[in-house]
Design a protein around this ligand. Structure first.
Ligand code: MIG
Length: 692
């Protein structure tokens, strides 16, 4: 059951798709205080209460104990002290001895989440603008509450099936020959690969929807050749449009007034990679239509996937902010600087990026009303992604396209996935990657993953290998790194065979992972869940921060510590441990519920299958189109016969049918042996362990 309560004049964010009448009267569970234009919702916390939620944000799955702020920020240092990164996903789930409910704060501006920070026994959520719709979601379990919530916000984005393949990316890939070489290095070594990303250097002078014709003399042909090799090109699109006379996107945007404007009616100018740039007002439908249609220029070359970047929007500086900094500098120029003024001088320049002053300098038009940017800041990236999706559907309504964005807001989960932004090549960021996965899933973002190997800083061979072992399970499996850092394609390392073998596990699991993903997407379910969702009565399980449930049958527990040769793992129930070295080389260990130290050499990775469940494994392949889903090996620990359902489709269809796409596999256990039957499938049951 969901109830809605409005405060102030909420702006329609597009997050919610189900019409629900707002009620008067007190919001259940919370004390409400309206003061100086802000609204604060306060709830007291029992000692054992857990708070899940907040989608993409730092710290653990249990968010309790810290301070967070909904404010989409281009921040490339995801350290524990950060209150905000790129997204605002204002969902909280309260779970404890006397609490079980969810609450969603539908507010496009800044929202502060003090979750037991100021006082350990109190959570206080403050809408800084005071215009917010609060949705309180009741249900009989965490899973049921999330499903209700997902019904409220609409079905998750469906990527094409090829997007479950491995993607290689790097900021710095420049040209057709260079990208071909990257692909060749993979293919020559039989390292699986399905796509390569094109970062900003493919563009002509960083102009959106253009490409440098010297570096890409025949993009269509290049794409064709890549497609023949089962590779997709995935170009980046930035939010800012370069200010340049004669650049048609700029000229047309100016002429039609499509860019966000300052109070004086002049378009706002901010500096990003193209230099001075304009920012499309994605909150307007006509602007979305115009911008969305431009993706067609690349789709005309055969492109089937994109990533949207810099859409918080990131601003390196504006004409105004840089002028203000110079004013400070001018004033201090002839002074005998002391410590305070010297720091003031430095701060003046550092403060020009992503500044609140800039976010207050420009305006959007929302349904004919003019709204200052900071009031709707957190919608900008979401509406850019929406523009892309709407463009894709006008271009070809019968096909799924790949889209993942950096900034997001709930609602954007219907239009694309997200990647987790500029992480670093730090061990701690493998864990952070893991912890964000279920939190993002709660908010509807199912297609997600982090930059494997780490974006910033220099990676190491062992870090990349361990990170790939987690990436095997994330729907978006992309190796990406920043310009200037150590090159980190799998083939750069002495032990590249280990990387290849780990990637073979991903491809063997594609039929299963795709099936679980699609089932979750089509039933408003979660692909990744904290253990608390499945074992709510087991307090140890509820507090596990480094293992997550995957689909209906599995648990993952990656090794994420430097030099570790294993890890501690908690099994809330009996499970079969699969220790993979490659798709074909693995061993199986039935393990009863409890605490274990599991040995895991650097080239080994675990997967846990719940007792009584079965998962399929395909033969290894080097690209998703080569995965043979009709010939499967079954893995599991069984005492009695079971029936599992596996979903599959053509990988493109935009109206998938859960029933039609499902195949039942019946695994029959007789004595010490098992046999399996499923229509149109060749099944091998050798790797089923029959219980005592
Ligand atoms: O200011 O396009 O998060 O993935 O490689 C950096 C260059 C801009 C940030 C993205 C990152 C991408 C980079 N971009």
């Amino acid at each position: 059951m969901i109830r809605r309560f409005d405060f102030g004049s909420p702006i329609n964010t597009g997050a919610v798709v189900r019409a629900l009448q707002a009620e008067n009267g007190p919001v259940p569970h919370f004390a409400t205080e309206v003061k100086e234009g802000r609204v604060t919702f306060t709830i007291s916390l029992d000692r054992d209460d857990i708070i899940f939620g907040l989608g993409e944000s730092v710290r653990g799955m249990n968010k309790r104990g810290h301070l967070y702020r909904a404010w989409n920020s281009d921040d490339f240092s995801h350290t524990e002290n950060k209150a905000s990164i790129y997204a605002s996903h204002n969902l909280l789930l309260f779970f404890g001895p006397r609490k079980l409910f969810g609450v969603y704060f539908d507010d496009p501006g800044a929202v502060e989440f003090d979750l037991g920070y100021t006082r350990g026994d109190t959570a206080a959520i403050t809408s800084e603008n005071g215009d917010v719709s609060v949705y309180v979601i009741e249900g009989e379990s965490l899973t049921a509450i999330c499903r209700e919530f997902r019904g409220l916000i609409g079905r998750s984005y469906l990527p094409p099936k090829w997007a479950f393949g491995y993607i290689q990316s790097r900021w710095g890939y420049e040209s057709d020959p260079e990208l071909r070489q990257v692909v060749k290095e993979h293919r020559d070594r039989h390292i699986p690969l399905d796509g390569v990303c094109m970062d900003i250097d493919y563009m002509d002078d960083y102009k959106d929807f253009t490409w440098d014709e010297k570096k890409f003399p025949d993009l269509k042909k290049f794409n064709q050749d890549m497609r023949a090799d089962h590779i997709r090109l995935i170009p980046i699109i930035d939010a800012g449009v370069k200010q340049l006379k004669g650049y048609d996107t700029c000229d047309e945007g100016l002429e039609k007034g499509y860019f966000v404007k300052k109070a004086d009616g002049k378009p706002f100018v901010g500096a990003v990679w193209p230099g001075r740039s304009y920012f499309p007002d994605f909150l307007r439908e006509d602007v979305r239509q115009w911008f969305g249609d431009q993706y067609g220029r690349l789709m005309d070359q055969g492109v089937e996937g994109f990533w949207n970047d810099m859409n918080e929007p990131a601003l390196f500086y504006s004409e105004e902010s840089i002028a203000e900094a110079f004013a400070v500098a001018d004033q201090l120029r002839n002074e005998n600087l002391d410590i305070n003024s010297a720091f003031a001088l430095k701060d003046a320049f550092n403060g020009t990026a992503n500044s609140m002053a800039d976010y207050r300098r420009f305006y959007h038009e929302v349904n004919g009303k003019t709204i200052r940017h900071d009031k709707v800041h957190n919608l900008y990236g979401a509406f850019m992604t929406r523009a892309a999706d709407e463009g894709f559907r006008r271009y070809d309504a019968s096909k799924r396209f790949l889209m993942f964005s950096r900034a997001s807001f709930i609602g954007a989960h219907r239009y694309g996935g997200v990647w987790q932004g500029d992480n670093n090549s730090w061990w701690a960021h493998i864990k952070l990657n893991l912890q964000m996965l279920p939190s993002l899933n709660m908010c509807g973002f199912l297609y997600t993953g982090a930059d494997l190997g780490g974006f910033g800083c220099n990676t190491t061979e062992d870090l990349l290998l361990r990170w790939l072992q987690l990436g095997v399970f994330t729907p978006l499996m992309r190796n990406h790194s920043a310009k200037g850092t150590r090159e980190q394609e799998a083939y750069r390392f002495a032990n590249w065979e280990d990387m290849r073998d780990i990637l073979s596990v991903r491809y063997a699991l594609v039929p299963y992972l795709y099936s679980e993903f699609m089932k979750a997407a089509l039933t408003d379910g979660m692909y990744f869940r904290p253990l608390a969702f499945d074992y709510p009565a087991d307090d140890t399980a509820c507090r596990v921060e480094d293992q997550v449930m995957l689909g209906g049958d599995c648990m993952i527990a990656p090794v994420y510590e430097q030099n570790a040769r294993g890890r501690h793992v908690y099994l809330p129930e009996d499970m079969l441990m699969v220790r993979f070295r490659s798709a074909q080389d693995y061993d199986l260990t039935p393990m009863e519920a409890g605490h274990y130290w599991i040995e895991m050499a650097l080239d080994e990775m675990p997967l846990f299958i719940r007792r009584g469940h079965v998962i399929p494994l395909a033969k290894p392949a080097e690209y998703v189109e080569g995965v043979d889903s009709s010939s499967l090996k079954l893995l599991g620990w069984l005492d009695k016969s079971v029936t599992i359902t596996l979903y599959d489709d053509d990988g493109y269809t935009t109206a998938p049918d859960l029933e039609k796409g499902s195949t039942a596999i019946t695994v029959t256990v007789v004595g010490e042996a098992a046999s399996a039957a499923g229509e149109g499938l060749t099944l091998n049951t050798e790797d089923l362990i029959i219980g005592e």
